[in-house]
Design a protein around this ligand. Structure first.
Ligand code: FMN
Length: 373
């Protein structure tokens, strides 16, 4: 019998083989937004890992929407071709369904590569950032230009254009970022949204622009393919964005045809106070699932296969998105399958690494390993 973690999940016309997703992970290794060989290796290894779903790092919808000069884009023909090459490789060699995450960094853009000074604003080759209001991310950060009506139309259209490109590439799923302090999260949170027009003020006002972006994207994404949203379910700051606000947002997204919520948290302000621990965001995912009726992805410090399996079995979440666990163990699903007594896809080139075959060979003192190169 399938362990819950290894049972399939249908989202519209797309069936994911199991509940293990590789979460989006920025690699800061693109050139002018183009994916290269690093992305081929990075996503290629995960597509052949036995995970049911692989989601690309944030692909940004316009050049000034990138976090760094090394961030992935999906705003040009060259970006589309480069990412298309990676997707073709993943399709030809792996079994995972493939999702693309779309984002606009807003006032968190124009920063150095993390390994050159974590999240510090660029001083050379910097660009002017945009934001929901004119509030800098933190002290010492540049002041973003607040979006006016025409700017909001441009940014919405950039998201739509990126969805058209994602559709041409042949992705199975799109995930929109309303999390981690990036542009759409800035609109949602009362801490960063100080607008006095119809896109500010109360919760309805603050949700207006992000919801309009989602609706425009959903409109042109194929009906049989799922589209989800990554949220920060709380800012972890008193008086800011809360799980209850997230539930209202999730219900509104559901009405617009959203298929799942990926439940993260944090990222808006450096003043956040996060109670870190194994699976610390799972209770948020569970709460949003129960109140919205939408499938959710749980994430954050989940490493142990038994724990991941319990989260699914308990009905706290529908999928688990792992990030750092995959960096340290790109074959995490193989090892999780071994722990839980399940089968998982192996590429034929790696079949000799299959655990039971390997064990049998060892037990039988097979000479095969000596005979074959
Ligand atoms: C190297 C790295 C890059 C990341 N890039 C993204 C990203 O592009 N988009 C996103 O939504 N989250 C991103 N995240 C957050 C992860 O997807 C994940 O939610 C977070 O790391 C917590 O999960 P974990 O404990 O399994 O790593 C990134 C995390 C890491 C470690």
């Amino acid at each position: 019998m399938n362990a819950p973690l290894f049972s399939p999940l249908a989202l519209r016309g797309v069936t994911v083989d199991n509940r293990i997703a590789v979460g989006p992970m920025c690699q800061y290794s693109a050139v002018d937004g183009d994916a290269g060989d690093w992305h081929l290796m990075h996503l290629g290894q995960f597509a052949t890992s036995g995970a049911g779903l692989v989601i690309t790092e944030s692909a940004h919808v316009e050049p000034i929407g990138r976090i760094t000069h090394g961030c992935l884009g999906l705003y040009s023909d060259a970006n589309e071709n480069a990412l298309g090459r990676v997707v073709q490789f993943c399709r030809a060699n792996g079994s995972a369904k493939l999702g693309v995450q779309l984002s606009h960094a807003g006032r968190k853009g124009s920063t150095r590569l993390p390994w050159e000074g974590r999240a510090a604003p660029l001083t050379v080759d910097a660009w002017e950032t945009i934001g929901c209001s004119g509030l800098p991310r933190a002290e010492g950060w540049p002041r973003p230009t607040p979006l006016d009506d025409s700017g909001m139309n441009r940014v919405r259209q950039a998201h739509v254009d990126a969805v058209v490109r994602a559709s041409r590439i042949g992705f199975d799923l799109v995930e929109l970022v309303m999390a981690h302090g990036y542009l759409l999260h800035e609109f949602l949170s009362p801490l960063s949204n100080h607008r006095d027009d119809s896109c500010g003020g109360d919760l309805d006002g603050r949700m207006r622009f992000p919801l309009s972006v989602f609706a425009a994207m959903r409109d042109i994404w194929p009906d049989d393919k799922p589209m989800g949203v990554r949220v920060s379910a709380t800012d972890w700051i008193d008086g800011s964005w809360t799980p209850e606000d997230t539930i209202v947002l999730a219900r509104s997204l559901k009405d617009l045809g959203c298929d799942y919520i990926a439940v993260s948290s944090r990222g808006l302000s450096l003043d956040q106070d996060i109670p870190l621990g194994e699976g610390h965001q799972v209770p948020l995912a569970s709460k949003i699932r129960a109140a919205s009726g939408l499938p959710v992805m749980a994430m954050g410090m989940i490493h142990d296969p038994n724990h991941a399996n319990r989260v699914i079995a308990n009905g706290d979440a529908d999928m688990i998105a792992l990030a750092r666990a995959f960096l340290s163990d790109p074959h995490w699903p193989w090892h999780a399958a071994a722990v839980l007594g399940q089968e998982v896809d192996y590429p034929p080139q790696y079949l000799r690494g299959y655990r039971s075959g390997w064990l049998r060979e060892r037990r039988a003192h097979s000479s095969q390993d000596r005979d074959q190169p």
